[in-house]
Design a protein around this ligand. Sequence first.
Ligand code: PLP
Ligand code: TYF
Length: 397
Amino acid sequence: MFESLEMTHPDPILTLSEHFMNDTNPRKVDLGIGLYKDKYGDTPVMESVRIAESFVVDSAMDKIYKGSSGLDGFCDVISWLLFRERSSLIENGRVLSIQTIGGTGAVRLAAEFLKQIDPDKGVWVSDPTWGNHIDIFLHLGMKVSCYPYQSGGGGLNFPIMLESIRKIPEGDVIILHGCGHNPTGYDLSKCQWHAVLEVVKERGLFPVIDMAYHGLANGLCDDIYCVELFSDHLDEMFVAYSCSKNFGLYRDRVGALVVLGKNRDSCVKAKLHLSRLARVSISSPAIHGALIVSEILSSPELNRVWVEELSRMSLRVKFARGMLIKEACKQGCDDAFRNVSNGVGLFSLIPVGREDVDVLREEFCIYMLDSGRINLSGVNDDNVGYIVSSIKALLGK
Ligand code: PLP
Ligand code: TYF
C-alpha cells in the first residue's frame, strides 16, 4: 500500500530549524521558526512557568484522564483573560472555552465544527497568512479564498482589504489575526477594526479570530481590542487562542477555542458539539501545560511575574525591530527594511525572492522562511550588522 504513495515533504519550517541546528558556521543567524528568542538567541523557560510547573509536579495526586473539553479551570482562566473587561458575558454564559492542542488544535476544531454545520461554507483568509490556516481548511475539503492584506510596495492595504471583504458571500467564515499578524506584522488600527466589524455585520460573516501572539504585539490589553469590540456587537464568533508563545509552552501544546454565543443555551450546545469532535480526534487534550497556565493566571503573585516577563519579551522584540531599522539606515539600505518599520510583533516580510532566501541561507548562513518572513526576536547586537550587510550585499548584486 505504501509503495503507491507519492513522495511528499516534511514541514518546511521545521526542516529549516533542523538545517540551522546542523549548521556549524559560528556566524549563523536563525530568523526562521516563530519562537521568541532572548538577546542570546535562547528560548528559556519563563520564570512564572518554572515556578508554576514545580508546584504542579509536586502537588499532582494522579494523572487520570480528563474529559474531551480539557481542564475546566484552564477553560475558565482563558475566558477570563480575554473577557475580564466584559465579565457580564461570562456571567451570562455567553462565553465558554474548550481546551485544545495549542492554537493549531483550536483552528482545527473550529474548522471541523464549521464544516459540520455547512461543508459548503467559504472560508476567507488574509493574503498572506499563516500557511496552516489554508492547509487545515483545505484538508477538510472546504473552499478557501483570500482577501488582500499587504500592498505590493509593502504596508497594509486597508482600502483594498475592506473592499474585498465587502464582497464576501453572506454567511461565510472570515479568519482574522487578532494581533501580531503572521507573517506581515501589520495590525489593524482601532478605527480599522471598527470598519471591519461593520462589514462583518453587514455580510453576516462568522469571524474566527486567531490569537497566537497575545501580549507580544502591543501589550495584553491592546492586543485583544478586536475581541472585545466584536463581542460588544456580534452574537457569535470563535477565538482560537494559543499559549505557545506568550507562556513559552510551545511543545506542551496548550490552547483553547473560545466560543462567543448568543445565549447560555446555544453556548452549551456549541461546546458539547465541540467536545464530541475533540473526542473523535484527540479523545482528550494534554493537561500538564494547562495546569501550569491555570496556576499562573489564578495566582495574583504568579500572574504579576508572568505579566512582567511577557512585557519584557514584547519590549525586546520592539527593541530588536528598532535596532534593525536603525542599522539599515546606517548602512544606507533602509528601503529593503521598509516593511519592518511598519509592523508589530515577531514577524516581518522582507522583499527578497525565493532565490535570494536560498543564497542568504547557503552563502551567508542566515535562515528565514521562503516567503522572506523574518523573526525579529532572532536579531541581536551581535548579528544585526551582519544581517543588514548581507541583505544589502545580496540585493545590491
Ligand atoms: N496561529 C498563528 C497565526 C500562528 O502563527 C501559530 C503558530 O505559529 C498558531 C496559530 C499555532 O500555534 P500553536 O499550535 O503552536 O499553539
Ligand atoms: O509560523 C511559525 O513559525 C509556526 C511554527 O510543526 C511551527 O507555525 C511550525 C511548524 C510546526 C510547529 C510550529
